[in-house]
Design a binder for this molecule. Structure first.
Ligand code: ADP
Length: 516
């Protein structure tokens, strides 16, 4: 039941982590595509506005010129008489003044084409073009225009209907100077600056491949990633349209840079999230494991407290009741009581010290000390237990060791824990070797036993709090799993460390070192 619940919680946590990750990636993708869409939309809008503005200005300049003739207040006869003079500075090719029947009024023709060419153009215009112009039925004084192909060539004609003094209608038709428009007016408006990343072109409205005007020798079509917009002329050359496009290589560079920055930012954000989730997952796992170990620890400690207590009370009761066979047995019982109470005291010491360390309290008091002496004292303290376990001990302490700063009580506890473990787990080996030497700028304490050794997989884990090796969990060897954690904590508090080397079946060697 509990197992099922745990599995369900595990699945939920993992699903949640996955969901957060998916949401983060989706958000990143959304941000990326939104930003890139928005910038290209913005660029396109800006270019469209630009094209519209250019068109407006060009058409306004043509309309302004037209208006000088179309809006002339002169009576018809005077207008005709002064036609060459009025037309002189305007960018027009020809001007025709037609009567109600759309016949040329005498003298009502001016042209930049000279001589014979002018005459034949006039005749051709009256015959071929006039029937195509929507002159009849116009509102007086409103300008009209027609941009079309006649005889294979494009022409732009602007026209207006006017009323003479006696209310008779007549028409003024202007043939605009298209070569002039392309050669001089367009370049004025479509100036191509070096630093500008835009290209202007005028292309055919039905077939944008037909280029009327281009401000540069660059390719006509916008390249990959570049944007091009098309805007038609409205009131003049409406067979044509303006194309604004971005210079390819500049756009490409800019896009590449933007893409790089975007990917770096988004990638970085995702990486941060990922590592956050990873840390979280690890923390959850570690916490779960610590909790499991903690409950195991509580049951171990309770067990460890109970056993010596029941031994003490049992033998104490026997002594109290005088149920002994003589002073020798009394002595033996008292010794058992004494041994068990010492063991109890050590366990309580361990637990209390460990609790202090867990709460992060400053528990160490350092002083210049002779390490050799400290180790000797620790060996003395465990001497009796060694004898009881029928083990011998070899102690080899380098007499010339320098004094170091250490907490003697804590260090004694560490040494005793190491020797105690050898007694507890390696009594079969019959022997413990304790060696204290100097190695370079370190003082190294070696505690070697000849017991069953430690599985390589567990050699790092045994230093974790509450951890007990698989091999001993099933055996009736008492332990709480905090001894080695305490040893490591003490070693590190002295800026040293503790390590183990062991081959199963061949004993273990614990090395505790301190810097000098
Ligand atoms: P405890 O002895 O209370 O279980 P420790 O932290 O002192 O806790 O030791 C952790 C584990 O390391 C022990 O449970 C045991 O499995 C293993 N261990 C420690 N010392 C030895 C040793 N000398 N030989 C074999 N195993 C050992």
């Amino acid at each position: 039941m509990a197992g099922l619940r745990r599995v369900r919680r595990l699945i939920l946590v993992n699903a949640l982590i996955f969901a957060v990750l998916a949401a983060a990636v989706a958000l990143a993708y959304y941000a990326f595509s939104f930003v890139s869409n928005e910038t290209s939309r913005y660029r396109e809008r800006a270019m469209r506005d630009l094209a519209a503005e250019k068109i407006f200005n060009i058409e306004a300049s043509i309309l302004r010129e037209d208006q000088k003739l179309f809006g002339s207040p002169l009576p018809l006869e005077t207008f005709i008489a002064r036609l060459p003079e009025l037309t002189k500075d305007l960018g027009v090719m020809s001007v025709f003044v037609l009567d109600e029947q759309r016949k040329l009024i005498t003298g009502g023709y001016y042209s930049a084409r000279l001589g014979q060419e002018g005459t034949s153009f006039r005749d051709w215009f009256l015959k071929a073009v006039v029937p195509d112009l929507p002159l009849a039925g116009r509102t007086p004084e409103t300008r009209g225009h027609r941009h079309a192909i006649w005889g294979g060539k494009p022409y732009l004609f602007s026209f207006v209907k006017k009323l003479s003094v006696d209310k008779k209608p007549y028409y003024i038709v202007i043939e605009e100077h298209l070569p002039n428009l392309v050669a001089f007016v367009f370049p004025q408006y479509f100036q191509n600056f070096e630093e500008s990343n835009r290209i202007y072109q005028v292309v055919d409205r039905t077939d944008p491949h037909v280029v009327i005007y281009t401000d540069t020798g660059l390719p006509i079509e916008p390249g990959e990633g570049a944007i091009g917009v098309l805007e038609p002329f409205v009131e003049t050359v409406d067979m044509w349209q303006v194309r604004v496009s971005e210079r390819n290589e500049q756009v490409r560079n800019e896009m590449a840079r933007k893409r790089l920055i975007d990917s770096l930012l988004i990638g970085g954000a995702v990486a941060v999230m990922l590592s956050g989730l990873l840390v979280l997952a690890l923390a959850i796992r570690r916490e779960r494991r610590a909790n499991e170990l903690k409950s195991e620890f509580i049951s171990n400690v309770s067990h460890e407290l109970k056993t010596p207590l029941s031994i003490i009370s049992m033998f104490g009761e026997m002594l109290a009741n005088g149920r002994t066979k003589g002073p020798e047995q009394s002595h033996e019982y008292a010794e058992i009581i004494w041994r068990e109470s010492v063991r109890l005291g050590r366990l309580i010491d361990n637990v209390l010290d460990f609790a202090k360390i867990e709460r992060g309290m400053g528990v160490y008091e350092f002083a210049e000390t002779d390490v050799g002496e400290v180790v000797e004292r620790a060996v003395d303290l465990v001497g009796r237990r060694l004898t009881t376990a029928e083990m011998s001990i070899d102690v080899d302490i380098d007499p010339d060791l320098p004094h170091v700063k250490l907490d003697a009580n804590a260090f004694t506890l560490a040494v005793m824990n190491l020797i105690d473990n050898a007694i507890k787990y390696a009594a079969d080996g019959k022997k413990v070797v304790v060696k204290l030497t100097r190695q370079g700028d370190r003082i190294v304490l070696v505690v070697r036993d000849f017991g069953p050794g430690i599985d390589p997989e567990e050699q790092e884990q045994i230093f974790e709090r509450f951890y007990r090796a698989r091999a001993v969990r099933l055996k009736p060897i008492r332990g709480s799993g905090i001894g080695l954690a305490l040893v490591r904590h003490i070693a590190r508090a002295h800026h040293g460390d503790v390590t183990v080397t062991s081959t199963p079946g061949n004993g273990s060697t614990f090395q505790l070192w301190l810097p000098i």
